[in-house]
Write a new protein. Structure first.
Length: 419
């Protein structure tokens, strides 16, 4: 629920104007303890009326996030459901699970995956090797595209009688486009629609969606607006902000947009940053232990075979410099005493080792993503790199998971406090 002050802030309107809209019945609200509460759905409907939209449309998409931060620093240190079997009593479903970065972090926080979906063979093998065989989790695995009706019904029929605390996933966002003044979904974006449908049918208490930073500016902010409205239509209050993985102990300046929502009238918490630019974990912190380690394919520490010419050129490459002038983000030497730039899926050549004349190994890149050293990736080196680059950093996922558990366990709800 939103207060009048929050509605005014989101629309760049005056508090006086919003109060007048409430008094005139144009903006639906409920009054409790002398304070007005406006649901996200009523707010969106009011904001989209012609008389309001013409004044707010250009401004509303650029307003400040409404974020409820919660301190999870102590839990980050004391709870680790990966290394120790803590009480993982919260059920979750991981859609688009990939190699399991999100599941790994959420398990660290205290969730248990009861079902997941993924179509990449090597990622499925990695997930089963680590999340299932190593930790003993037994999720119902959908190794098919969830846009396939049979696959989706399989998932829904399996989970429909289970109390689901969380459905999580990072859907692709390339398919949003405009038709006149209306956003439409094209065939590339069916996974967004399928996730929305699955959430609507299974009704988990909470939802978590992760996406690239650019989704916030897509179509001048209209895509983010659509996502919030779509979920409001099926009963979920959403809060969204951009988190930097380095703020939670990941040695990488990876930014991701995090949508958290719930239908059980709880406050949506995002994890308060723990680290800052003065004490971020660095590349040195993450990979120094591999500096003198021989090649070991069993742990994904597989070297790239460079030509003598490339080796000589890499020896002279400075930190922050790229081997090729026309490609500033390719064959770039990372800084030793700083967090890494974003680890991407298109091969380790983007990250040249800061001290050695070679690109980093999959194991080193996995460390930059905060994967545990005993999390072993399956498939060829090429597909290991794809899995690592596509993954949610486990420590970021853990921080988010801990914040969601705080929301689950808090007794207050939006009927007693401002959302």
């Amino acid at each position: 629920m939103l207060s009048i002050d929050e509605v005014a802030r989101e629309t760049n309107m005056s508090v006086k104007f919003v109060r007048r809209e409430v008094a005139n019945g144009n903006l639906q609200s409920t009054k409790k303890h002398s304070k007005y509460h406006i649901s996200r759905l009523d707010f969106e409907s009011w904001r989209d009326t012609p008389q309001v939209a013409k004044n707010t449309k250009a401004k509303a998409r650029q307003t400040k996030d409404i974020v409820h931060w919660i301190d999870i620093a102590k839990q980050m240190q004391n709870i680790n459901g990966w290394a120790n079997q803590c009480d993982n009593s919260y059920n979750m479903i991981d859609l688009f699970s990939g190699a399991g970065g999100l599941s790994c972090g959420l398990m660290m926080a205290g969730f248990t995956p009861i079902a997941c979906a993924e179509i990449l063979d090597s990622a499925i093998s990695t997930y089963k090797h680590n999340i299932c065989s190593k930790l003993g989790a037994k999720p119902h695995f959908i190794a098919r595209d969830i846009s396939d009706l049979g696959a989706k019904n399989d998932l829904i029929n399996y989970a429909k009688n289970t109390h689901i605390h969380l459905i999580a996933g990072g859907f692709p966002c390339q398919g949003f486009s405009m038709a006149g003044n209306r956003i439409v979904d094209d065939k590339r974006n069916t996974l967004y629609v399928e996730m929305l449908d699955i959430v609507g049918r299974l009704q988990p208490d909470f939802i978590l969606m992760e996406n690239v930073e650019g989704i916030r500016s897509m179509l001048n902010g209209e895509v983010e607006h659509k996502i919030i409205k779509d979920y409001a239509n099926i009963g979920y209050e959403i809060n969204v902000t951009t988190l930097c993985a380095a703020d939670y102990g990941v040695p990488q300046l990876r930014k991701r947009v995090i949508f958290i929502g719930n239908r059980v009238h709880k406050r949506n918490y995002h994890p308060k940053p723990i680290f800052n630019k003065h004490n971020y974990k660095t590349v040195k912190n993450a990979i120094e232990r591999f500096l003198h380690l021989d090649e070991n394919k069993a742990i994904n520490h597989e070297f790239t075979k460079h030509s003598k010419d490339i080796i000589e050129r890499l020896k002279n490459l400075k930190e922050g410099q790229s081997l090729y002038e026309n490609y500033s983000d390719a064959w770039k030497r990372v800084y030793w005493d700083k967090p890494s730039s974003t680890v991407k899926e298109n091969h380790g050549g983007v990250n040249v080792h800061p001290l050695l004349p070679r690109v980093m190994t999959p194991r080193e890149l996995a460390a930059l993503q905060s994967f545990p050293d005993d999390f072993i990736f399956q498939g060829s080196k090429k597909w290991q790199l794809v899995q690592i680059g596509n993954a949610v950093p486990p420590l970021l996922a853990k921080a988010i998971g801990l914040a969601i558990i705080e929301s689950i366990n808090k007794k207050e709800c939006v009927n007693e406090c401002l959302f």
